[in-house]
Design a protein around this ligand. Structure first.
Ligand code: FAD
Ligand code: NAD
Length: 504
């Protein structure tokens, strides 16, 4: 096991493993020195390798486990496949409200749910397989990489010399120091997708994106879920009203919510796992068959012998990089979870392309210029891009928000999916968009409209004139822009009538 992911699996996963870690793989003889050596083949490493190779550079890609990294093997892909099944279950349960009652309560075949998830993983693995990478000429080395010097890595015993290197070793689940947890046993994102049976009772520690997504998904599949969060609200990175909608939605689904609660111990009694909790000095117990830890991720930096390359790092925050993604060794760059605060697949990919351009093409692109949208795939989905109100205040940027409630959007009403809002933040005194939060079904898609708008520098006035399909959830974005123009027109009218009054 590496990064908590088993390396082999019998039978039906053969095709998957042939793509992401063939058992008979022989590492190539190194074509030293490489223009770029990339450590880690998750979204960041794969993106960098394919991009650099297609530009004509010689590339060595080193992976100690499977191609695809966390995202494909134990992250975005398996979690979204499970969430999709949970939504089907929830839709069936709600069917009566749509005038289509189903004859009996839906049943669940957990083996088939997991088999579907594995089939999806196999299908998606085809896009970044060893064969796909061979086509543009990437040399793939399977094995653990460690630095020997400022321009040399070792993969097991083979030296790989490089002109530039990119560290893209990602992160792994953090494990808190809770007395007794080792004895009860627990799962993390690395092992939850290997479960053989649906747990009757699932206790989740941590209410960030991972904890919230899994709480609602397993509740939808039929587990009794309790979620413990040591903060007064879920998703601390999101705006309060967004997190509150999520709390209400999880409570309605039947998730047992323990906010502001700390797990102080764990024990096992008659095979049952028990979490000992404290909330405002009141002690409590939570009984479970499985425990999921989702308290954040820690960067993979420790086995790389970074000191030999002159690369400075921090065990909590990862590789220290400047705004150009360059480490303290000017020939070594980093991208993705190993160095970024925003730990998302799209951030890993965008930072990797930027690092390649900076390292190999003398570009001077700044990571602070990246505009990364993200989404937590709960029901409703919670998506964000750009500045939050509190960040604008911290930076002394005057900000004004325009909000449209989804219950005022026709498509949300017809679909019975009218919980949530679209909130667009603009720079006060102009129509420049600084950020947006969207809480709705398919917010993950709506936020991408905001990403295009912000990247193209389109302001609220122009946006208000863009025809959208009717009816559509994205009409909420149009309505927010039209609210801005109404506001603007009224202010102009008031100013004009003030001038006229003054002229009397
Ligand atoms: C359950 C879950 C769900 C998620 N869902 C989403 C989502 O919906 N959307 C989203 O945008 N993000 C999501 N994420 C986050 C996303 O998975 C990560 O941000 C992304 O995988 C980071 O990519 P990366 O390439 O930086 O690192 P990783 O994917 O972690 O890849 C790093 C690779 O480096 C390898 N490696 C490490 N050390 C060495 C070494 N010494 N030598 C060789 N190889 C090494 C590892 O084996 C690994 O393959 C989710 C995460 C989790 C846990
Ligand atoms: N949809 C997505 O994009 C998605 C989904 C899942 C995970 N991820 C990524 O994976 C990473 C890991 O996700 P995560 O949710 O584990 O991490 P996180 O750091 O985002 O959230 C962890 C949560 O756990 C809480 N917490 C920490 N210690 C605790 C303790 N001892 N007891 C109770 N609560 C505790 C924190 O308050 C926080 O809310 C994140 O960086 C996230 O970006 C992304």
């Amino acid at each position: 096991m590496q990064d908590g992911v088993p390396i082999t699996k019998p039978g039906d996963e053969d095709r998957f493993l042939r793509r992401v870690r063939p058992s008979d793989w022989k590492n190539p003889v190194p074509r030293n020195p490489y223009d770029i050596a990339i450590v880690g083949a998750g979204p960041a490493g794969l993106e960098a390798a394919e991009y650099a190779a297609r530009l004509g550079f010689s590339v060595a890609l080193i992976e100690r486990n499977r191609l695809g990294g966390n995202s494909l093997n134990a992250g975005s892909v398996p979690s979204k496949a499970i969430i999709c099944t949970a939504r089907v279950c929830s839709t069936m349960r709600d069917a009566e409200a749509f005038g289509a009652p189903i004859p009996s309560a839906p049943s669940l075949d957990f083996d088939k749910v997991m088999a579907r998830m594995r089939r999806i993983r196999t299908r998606i693995s085809g896009y970044h397989s060893v064969h796909e990478l061979a086509e543009p000429g990437v040399d793939i080395f399977f094995g653990s990489a460690r630095f020997e010097s400022a321009d040399t890595l070792f993969v097991d015993d083979a030296p790989v010399h490089f002109k530039k290197a990119l560290i893209a070793t990602g992160a792994r689940p953090g494990v808190p120091n809770i007395p007794g947890l080792d004895q009860t046993g627990y799962r993390t994102s690395a092992t939850i997708f290997e479960m053989a049976a649906l747990p009757t009772r699932l206790a989740i520690i941590g209410g960030g994106p991972l904890g919230c997504e899994m709480a609602q998904a397993f509740c939808g599949l039929g587990s009794h879920v309790t979620i413990v969060q040591n903060d007064p609200k879920f998703l601390p990175r999101e705006e309060r009203d967004a997190a509150e909608i999520l709390s209400r939605s999880m409570a309605r689904d039947g998730v047992d919510i323990r906010l502001n609660t700390t797990v102080v111990g764990a024990r096992r009694v008659n095979g049952i796992k028990i979490l000992e909790t404290v909330n405002n000095d009141v002690k409590g117990d939570i009984q479970a068959d499985e425990i999921l830890l989702s308290i954040g991720r820690v960067p993979n930096v420790e086995k790389l012998n970074l000191a030999a390359a002159g690369v400075t790092f921090d065990e909590d925050h990862g590789i220290k990089v400047d705004d150009f993604l360059r480490s303290t060794n000017p020939n070594v760059y980093a991208a993705g979870d190993v160095c970024l605060a925003l730990k998302f697949t799209n951030a890993a990919q965008s930072s990797a392309r930027m690092a390649v351009r900076n390292a190999l093409m003398q570009a001077q692109q700044r990571q602070s210029s990246l505009v990364i949208p993200w989404c937590t795939y709960c029901d409703p989905e919670i998506a964000h891009i750009g500045l939050h109100v509190w960040e604008a205040r911290q930076q002394s940027i005057p900000i004004k928000s325009f909000t449209v409630m989804m219950h005022d959007v026709d498509r949300a009403i017809t679909d019975g999916r009218d919980t949530g809002f679209v909130k667009i933040h603009i720079s006060e005194g102009s129509d420049r968009i600084l950020g947006a939060t969207i809480v709705s079904s398919r917010a993950s898609e709506l936020i991408n409209e905001m990403a295009v708008i912000m990247s193209a520098g389109i302001g609220m006035k122009a946006l208000a004139e863009v025809a959208h399909t009717y009816p559509a959830q994205s009409e909420a974005i149009l309505l927010a822009a039209q609210a801005y123009t109404r506001n603007f027109d009224e202010a102009a009218k008031r100013a004009a009538s003030g001038n006229a009054d003054n002229g009397k």
